[in-house]
Design a protein around this ligand. Structure first.
Ligand code: MCN
Length: 784
């Protein structure tokens, strides 16, 4: 065992999350619970119109109301903004990007902010906001992603002259020759509806002004580092004058990977008024003014030989941007752009994305971001191709799997490792497909009202965002590295500072597992600090299932540096060569003289006291590592859903869900299971329940939890989870990300199962979510 190899006492063990006791006993620290003296509450007055020109804002009555401290219109605050709200991913040079400010006098979606009111209490601010009189001149609206591209459609931003934001292509078959030559071609169109993230804790911000023009911003954010950088730029502040703290954050699922108007407003107004300013989102505001996901139309084609070798895939994607470009809006569809061939060896590859403005809430990252969109169309179309070829759906998948790794795929990237056949085999074993098919056949023969269906989804994905040079090549403004510092304190305790920013993923536990194994100490001795830019001053935060494959590897490398420095110190003190030292379980021993030893804790004390260090060595036992991954992380797996469909009412119920995932080496199986549970649930939600809809006037029809059906545990069976393990050769931990796998895989498995249950009735397509009404209509149409 080399000095830096983990001894695997904690890594791989289902250690309970150290975060949970405080959270489960109500002792978490959430932004809305904070109330420094003098805090005033902010309420944003939002446009009821999806598109309008504000002709006047009368704040007089609001300003007179009890408890009101101040009220401002967009015009009042214009000088606060030194730059528009940022979009960090201009995906093409020609991309159209409208100016976007925290308040506007031309609201472009329902919920766009037009004024703010600040009062001593929240209820006073809410009451006063009702007194703000805004006159609107309504403008024409387009809320539908396809209609927005029609000739003569209303323009979301007249000054841009078009609703087309960008067109982006990746084409290895520009002539379409492979499709022309294919013996069998299947083309299908799909709409993947708008999804509205529902974090347990809504967004919340508290800006506290300091005495030197500085501000501390507490925010329920996934990205304190990015938030500090971009707020400073937008407000014209030195970055050093802004401290951003993400305390306990109750989930985000991508929606808090953003910088929002309310964050900029709170900072600007705290500075202006000299008092802390707090804003907490109401649930309906969450629906209106926090980013949404998906809203994508895709035409997808597979070309194959008659015996089922897939030769070509082609995707034409129209993706709604909503009314503005938030932090990474235009790049989200592209996050799937390299995996439209899925886990299959398809040589010819062609994808084209059109970003489209509509008068709707901006879209951005929502769990899976771009990859669920790709997996859905591939896995639906694979089933259609199998039917066309009269081949078994599972066997068509198996026949086309990539089997040799590393594998350079049609889109040009290289998948580091995997064993897709192993995951599928294990799935079939756990599922016991023969008995499911036997029960299905029995019900079909009997004409039972409740029919049975089984659906598959074999997927791979790219996460672990990301190699910086690739991000640069695709025009993303930042890098994809991350950082960690490990500080051995003189008492033998260990402080870890990470650039990641957990908001439900359990990094405090998993990071302590990794470090304790490497340094050979007790997990309880390891403290993990994060989410405060004054403690962790640089970092790239948490999203894109990157924290373990990037931040966790930085941690591993920092621990290796600490051990190296300690080795130099021990070698000096024991008067041996560093190469003569072994390190295991936190102790250095001299090869051949096991009685000569030094513990890492004693070295930490010696390095702190600094009485006897090698010449020129700095005191202290501490190291920082910055890790830029050489490749993405490539998890994969095979999922199956079994559903019962009531053919009279259209009610589709999931009765089994089996998932076999391969996320490389697993640090904490308990956390990984939890991540997969949550991810699958969000995929099932898209398949059967959730859909954000607008009417033609751009009114959000699903603006609360009564009309937007987020499922609970009661709607779901117990998931049957299994794993195969293909360690990643690109990082020393062998890990791949897991945060999004379930969401990426689940939706097509469920819809394929619903269609399988009804295939004997002639039903070939049902749009997500497969609500009872949609299923019932599909059955009636097939009968007609
Ligand atoms: N892990 C592990 N072994 C692996 C892979 C991961 O033990 N081989 C553990 C990690 O140590 C970490 C957790 O699983 O504790 C997730 O790791 P990773 O896949 O690196 O993902 P991130 O930590 O970067 O989290 C982001 C990811 C994303 S993109 C979304 S969206 C999402 C998700 O995590 N949002 C979540 N999971 C969420 N979970 C909660 N509770 N709340 C959210 O908002």
């Amino acid at each position: 065992m080399s000095a830096t190899e983990a001894r695997s006492a904690y890594v791989g063990s289902p250690v309970k999350r150290r975060e949970d006791e405080a959270l489960l006993t109500g002792r978490g620290t959430f932004v809305d619970n904070m109330a420094p003296p003098g805090t005033v509450c902010m309420v944003v007055v939002r446009s009821p119109h999806a598109h309008a020109r504000v002709t006047s804002v009368d704040l007089a009555a609001a300003r007179e109301a009890e408890g009101v401290v101040a009220a401002f219109s967009a015009a009042d605050l214009r000088d606060e903004w030194k730059a528009p709200m940022p979009c960090a991913w201009p995906v093409t040079e020609e991309m159209k990007s409208p100016d976007h400010y925290p308040l506007t006098d031309v609201p472009c979606y329902q919920g766009d902010g037009v004024a703010v009111v600040l009062a001593e209490s929240l209820s006073q601010a809410q009451d006063a906001a009702e007194l703000v009189e805004v006159d609107y001149e309504p403008l024409d609206v387009v809320a539908d992603v396809e209609k927005a591209l029609d000739e003569g459609a209303p323009l979301v931003h007249r000054e841009l002259g078009t609703n087309e934001c960008y067109v982006w292509r990746l084409d290895t078959d520009a002539t379409g020759q492979a499709i022309d030559d294919a013996e069998v071609v299947v083309t299908r169109s799909y709409y993947q509806p708008r999804l509205i993230p529902n974090a347990l804790e809504p967004r919340a911000v508290l800006a506290v002004p300091g005495t030197t023009g500085d501000v501390t911003l507490y925010s329920a954010t996934q990205v304190p580092h990015i938030l500090r950088l971009l707020s400073a730029a937008c407000l014209g502040l030195h970055e050093t004058k802004l401290r951003v703290v993400a305390p306990d954050v109750g989930g985000g699922f991508g929606s808090k990977l953003d910088v929002y108007a309310e964050e900029f407003l709170a900072i600007a107004l705290a500075r202006r008024l000299g008092t802390p300013v707090k804003w907490t989102e109401a649930r309906t505001e969450n629906y209106l003014a926090t980013i949404h996901g998906r809203d994508v139309v895709t035409e997808y084609t597979l070309g194959a030989t008659k015996d089922g070798a897939i030769t070509h895939c082609r995707a034409r994607v129209k993706a709604a941007m909503g009314a503005y470009l938030q932090l990474v809006t235009p790049g989200i569809p592209l996050l799937g752009a390299w995996i439209y061939a899925g886990p299959y060896a398809i040589p010819n590859y062609s994808v084209e994305f059109t970003g489209v403005f509509t008068n709707t809430t901006p879209t951005d990252a929502y769990r899976g971001a771009g990859r669920p969109e790709a997996t859905y169309v591939i896995e639906r179309t694979i089933d259609a191709l199998a039917d066309e070829l009269e081949m078994d759906r599972v066997e068509l998948r198996r026949k086309n799997f990539i089997t040799e790794f590393p594998a350079t795929i049609g889109s040009g990237l290289t998948i580091d490792s995997g064993d897709y056949v192993a995951s599928l085999d294990r799935l079939l074993e756990v599922l016991d497909l023969d008995s499911v098919r036997a029960e299905q056949a029995k019900r079909r023969d009997n004409g039972t009202v409740t029919q049975l269906g089984v659906g598959f989804s074999t997927y791979n994905e790219m996460c672990g965002l990301a190699p910086s040079r690739i991000l640069g090549a695709i025009r993303y403004a930042a890098g994809g590295w991350d950082t960690a510092t490990i500080r051995c304190l003189p008492t033998g305790s260990v402080q870890v500072v990470t650039g990641t920013s957990p908001h439900g993923q359990g990094h405090e536990t998993a990071w302590a597992q990794i470090v304790a194994d490497q340094l050979g100490c007790d997990m309880d001795a390891v403290e993990v600090l994060h989410g405060d830019t004054s403690i962790s001053s640089i970092g790239m935060d948490t999203y894109g299932s990157r924290s373990l494959p990037v931040g966790g590897v930085a941690l591993y490398n920092a621990a290796a540096k600490v051990i190296d420095k300690a080795r130099q110190i021990v070698a000096h003190q024991l008067e041996v060569s560093p190469d003569d030292l072994d390190f295991a379980d936190g102790t250095f021993t001299v090869k051949g003289s096991p009685d000569k030893e030094a513990t890492l804790a004693s070295v930490a004390f010696g390095a702190w006291a600094a009485h006897d260090l090698p010449d020129g060595m700095e005191p202290g036992l501490e190291a920082t590592a910055v890790y830029d991954p050489p490749n993405f992380s490539w998890p994969a797996g095979a999922h199956a859903a079994v559903v019962e469909v009531d053919t009279e009412t259209g009610d589709a119920r999931l009765i089994r869900y089996v998932a076999v995932d391969d996320v490389g080496t697993v640090v904490n199986p308990l956390i990984v299971d939890g991540q997969v549970h949550g991810g699958i649930t969000q995929g099932i939600a898209a398949a059967l329940y959730e859909e954000g809809t607008y009417d033609e006037d751009g009114n959000l029809q699903t603006a609360n939890l009564l009309s937007y059906l987020a499922p609970s545990a009661a709607e779901l069976p117990s998931f049957e989870l299994e794993r195969t393990e293909s360690p990643s050769p690109t990082n020393p931990l062998g890990v791949k990300g897991v945060g999004e796998t379930g969401t990426i895989a689940a939706a097509p498995a469920v819809i394929n199962a619903v269609l399988d249950a009804l295939s004997h009735l002639g039903v070939k397509d049902i749009q997500m979510p497969a609500t009872p009404e949609r299923v019932w209509r599909a059955i009636q149409e097939a009968k007609a």
